[in-house]
Design a protein around this ligand. Structure first.
Ligand code: PEP
Ligand code: MN
Length: 265
């Protein structure tokens, strides 16, 4: 159990070091679910940067429920993320699904995301624990807090101290109106159990863009260290997760509202 101070995770980006942790401003990670083409990722990067995000997110390797759904553009999407990083100086957050892609993902990413579906993939956790890039560990969709913390422990025990925990909604009995149940009670609970920084993802947590702002505000009120928010220039045309994606205009407005109740930038 927790003893001692909150730890901070410091992530170097072209725009400077970004600090995640209880004693730092709220870090916002924003961008599309999937990287679709150069114009959309660079445009989105510029818009989310102007709004106050410090990191651009975008999937190159996508863990889709159906094997027939869009799977992500893989390595070529990593190159487009690198171009967006070059254009804006934003840090990059992107998901690693397969250890075979680790060196390519680690070359592009400033933070490597381990998705909900791989939270229990212990061999993958050991591999990201044995390299240097910080890791964003999403909560498995049916993972208990202890299982999630033990997954983090796999990374820490393999030698990488830079782990950020991300709540992205869990499966409960009613998935009709929201995709998942966003468990904001993890904020006070994790504070008592771990020193690691905590991020909340209201986009996957609700699955509906109209519910994202209120849950983002609630996460700030409950003390989150960071937020992950999906933003797409044209959500209706998105190749994945359009219904939960904010437009750049709506994201900009949300960050302004968030800044009233928390220190965002
Ligand atoms: C994502 O971030 O796009 C994603 C697939 O998230 P999760 O692993 O939380 O479903
Ligand atoms: Mn997504």
């Amino acid at each position: 159990f927790r003893h001692g101070e909150a730890s901070e995770v410091v992530v170097p980006t072209p725009n400077g070091d970004v600090y995640f942790g209880e004693h730092h401003p709220i870090v916002v990670v924003a961008g599309p679910c999937s990287v679709e083409n150069e114009a959309m990722i660079v445009e989105t990067a510029k818009r989310v940067k102007a709004a106050g995000a410090k990191f651009l997110r975008g999937g190159a390797y996508k863990p889709r429920t159906s094997p027939y759904a869009f799977q992500g553009y893989g390595e070529s999407a990593l190159d487009l993320l690198a171009a967006a990083r070059e254009a804006t100086g934003l840090g990059i957050v992107t998901e690693l699904m397969d250890a075979a892609d680790l060196s390519a993902v680690a070359r592009t990413a400033d933070i490597i995301q381990i998705g909900a579906r791989n939270m229990h993939n212990f061999s993958l956790l050991k591999k990201v624990g044995a390299q240097d890039k910080p890791v964003l560990l999403k909560r498995g969709m049916s993972a208990t807090i202890d299982e999630w913390l033990m997954a983090a422990e796999y990374i820490l025990a393999s030698g990488n101290p830079n782990v950020i925990l991300c709540e992205r909604g869990i499966r409960t009995f009613d998935g009709k109106y929201a995709r998942n149940t966003l468990d904001l009670s993890v904020l006070p609970v994790l504070r008592s159990l771990t020193h690691l920084p905590i991020m909340i993802d209201p986009s996957h947590g609700t699955g509906r863009s109209e519910y994202v702002p209120s849950m983002a505000m609630a996460a700030i009120a409950a003390g989150t260290d960071a937020l992950m928010i999906e933003v797409h220039p044209n959500p209706a045309k998105a190749l994945s997760d359009g219904p939960q994606s904010l437009t750049p205009d709506k994201f900009d407005r949300l960050v302004q509202e968030m800044s009233i109740i928390g220190k965002v930038v």
